[in-house]
Design a protein around this ligand. Structure first.
Ligand SMILES: NC(=O)c1ccc[n+]([C@@H]2O[C@H](COP(=O)([O-])OP(=O)(O)OC[C@H]3O[C@@H](n4cnc5c(N)ncnc54)[C@H](O)[C@@H]3O)[C@@H](O)[C@H]2O)c1
Length: 257
């Protein structure tokens, strides 16, 4: 989908990647609704982008993605403010195995709520015009990350949701394409604070070693380039790995003998 003239909703839009996604979408000529649990930072992002891109192109609505009714208010605000909704980025997420139940709620339940609301507000079967949903999975949603076992499971869940809902069984009826962006480690608070939120003390040196091996983290602007490729070119169900200068589609399948 060409984002120009479209309306996009970004959850977790006050954070490192969400902010970069909002900027890339505005640059491409879309209008943007950002939502987040942090209204102070969310409002600041809106003010910054209003001075760069002009008024009436971006709004902030506070919502916790683990509360479907709150998240629904963001969808309603998109429709009532900009009269349409075309792109939903299920981006809000945390990487904190030490509060794993909350992490499962945000990373998995929040994405399911976002998907179901996208069908309600954009699905052709409900009188909508169709659209694109982008779920934020991760390199950890494709490979195992033993130092973050539960985060890794949530991101594999997001990958699975994308592949299942991305199937034509759904897309042909709803007109909603579902794709995933799978970033490698990126320079945001989520990654930079990772050491504080491990589940087991013995994992600290393992994470420190993994960080050393990775070296430089991906810039949020580069991950946003991957997001825009996924929106523009992604077929429903596609998974976009964005890491180390490379933006490419990955396939996952089990070969039958
Ligand atoms: N940074 C990375 O290395 C990396 C790599 C791969 C995937 N990801 C994924 O990208 C997404 C964004 O991560 P980020 O690096 O920008 O993190 P971040 O911590 O910089 O930002 C996350 C944002 O989500 C918000 N948030 C947290 N809980 C929320 C909730 N319940 N409801 C609504 N908003 C909530 C936070 O307030 C914050 O603004 C996450 O899903 C993350 O798992 C990040």
């Amino acid at each position: 989908m060409d984002p120009s003239g479209k309306v996009a909703l970004v959850t977790g839009g006050a954070g490192g990647l969400g902010r970069a996604f909002a900027k890339a979408l505005l640059t491409a000529g879309a209008k943007v609704v950002i939502s987040d649990v942090d209204p102070a930072v969310g409002q600041k992002v809106v003010e910054e982008f209003e001075s760069e891109f002009g008024k009436n192109k971006i709004i902030f609505v506070k919502a916790d993605v683990t509360k479907s009714s709150e998240l629904e208010e963001v969808f309603k605000a998109a429709k009532s403010t900009f009269n349409r909704l075309d792109i939903v980025i299920n981006n809000a997420g945390i990487m904190r195995d030490c509060v794993w139940e909350k992490q499962v709620d945000i990373n998995v339940k929040g994405v399911v709520y976002g998907l179901l609301l996208a069908y309600k507000y954009m699905g052709k079967q409900n009188g909508g015009a169709g659209g694109v949903v982008v779920n934020l999975s991760s390199l950890a949603g494709l490979e195992t990350t033993p130092f973050l076992p539960i985060y890794c499971a949530t991101k594999h869940g997001v990958t699975a949701l994308t592949r299942a809902y991305g199937d034509s069984v759904h897309a042909d009826v709803t007109g909603v394409s579902v794709v995933a962006v799978c970033p490698g480690p990126a320079d945001t608070p989520l990654m930079n604070d990772a050491q504080q939120y491990l589940l087991h003390d013995y994992l600290a040196p393992v994470l420190a070693e993994a960080i050393k091996v990775v070296g430089t983290y991906n810039k949020p602007e580069f991950i946003a380039e991957g997001l825009m490729r996924a929106i523009r070119e992604g077929e429903s169900g596609s998974l976009w790995l964005v890491h180390d200068g490379d933006i490419s589609q990955v396939t996952m399948s089990v070969q039958k003998k």
